[in-house]
Each structure stands twice: as C-alpha cells, then as structure tokens.
Design a protein around this ligand. Structure first.
Ligand code: PNS
Length: 156
C-alpha cells in the first residue's frame, strides 16, 4: 500500500487543499495530511486548531489521516514510511518554488514529489489571501469549506 504525505501550513485549509486531499485519496492507498508546525509569528490558527479543521475535512475519506510535523518534511516522511509527497500547483510561480523543494527533498532522502494541478476554480485561492480578505472584512465563504469559514468568523 503506497503512503503519500500532503504537507502544508493549512493556516487555514482552503477549498484548494480539500480538492487535492480528495484526489490524492483516490490515487494512493493512504494519505497523511501533515500540518507543518514550525514556529512562525504570522500564524492565525494554532496547530491544534489546524489539526481540528483538517480532521473534520478528511473524515469523509477512510484512507486519509491528519498529522503534524516539526523540522524537515523528509524526516517526517521517513518516520511515517511515506515514499511520496503530494503538492498542488496553482501556477508557474508555484512550480518554480515547488520544483526546487522537490529536488532538494529527493536529493536528501530519495522521497519523490508528485504534483497535482489545482482545479481551475481553485487556482487563485491561497491561505494568506483568505486571511487578509477575512481580516479586512471581506467575504471568503466561496474559498474555504463551511467549517473553516465558521472558525474564521469566530476568530476575527
Ligand atoms: O502550505 P505551505 O506553507 O506552502 O507549506 C510549506 C511546507 C510546510 C510544506 C514547507 O515549508 C516544508 O516542507 N517545510 C518543512 C521544512 C523543510 O523540510 N524544509 C526544507 C524544504 S526543501
């Protein structure tokens, strides 16, 4: 059974993330959605909140579970026995950035990266813009799952 890790900050999870989770669940035996919890002052949701939101989102997929990691992603993949990292790509800018990480991750441990193009309707969504729009009073209901939207409204 092949295990893939879908890593991210997920601060917060968006419709784009949810789409990649569903498609990865269909492609791999097991998927671990792994929230990176390296320290950063700019996080809106703490690791526990991000895990809760992700757990609600993956509940519909029996072969998907949620984890957290600190430190190098490749070390987490090795510890979990995962040979593949899954990433969503929205644009050429994402590709340039992600390609370098994919090469570095492979060079370090041999873990491979598979890219999934985001669906067109999600190609312009990012957690950071969602946070900014929500902070400034904009409506982000179309960009995030309903449970995440409710938490954003509560938080802000
Ligand atoms: O959702 P994001 O912010 O694009 O996720 C980025 C993340 C967490 C996947 C990436 O920053 C990462 O893998 N961090 C772990 C630290 C690491 O392994 N760094 C070396 C990358 S070559």
């Amino acid at each position: 059974m092949s295990t893939a890790v879908f890593p991210g900050t997920f601060d917060p999870p968006t419709n784009g993330h949810l789409d990649i989770i569903g498609r990865a669940a269909a492609a791999f035996g097991e998927v671990i959605v792994a929230a990176g919890i390296n320290q950063s002052k700019s996080r809106l949701f703490d690791p526990g909140e991000r895990v809760e939101m992700l757990s609600e989102l993956v509940a519909q997929y029996p072969n998907v579970r949620v984890g957290t990691f600190e430190g190098l992603l490749v070390d987490y993949c090795r510890a979990e026995g995962a040979g593949v990292i899954v990433k969503g790509l929205r644009s050429a800018a994402d590709y340039d950035y992600e390609l370098q990480m994919a090469h570095l991750n492979h060079a370090m441990t041999g873990v491979d990266t598979m890219f999934l193009p985001t669906r067109a309707e999600n190609a312009f969504i990012s957690s950071s813009w969602v946070k900014e729009i929500a902070r400034l009073g904009g409506d982000v209901a179309a960009f995030v799952p309903p449970g995440v939207h409710a938490r954003l409204l509560k938080k802000l």
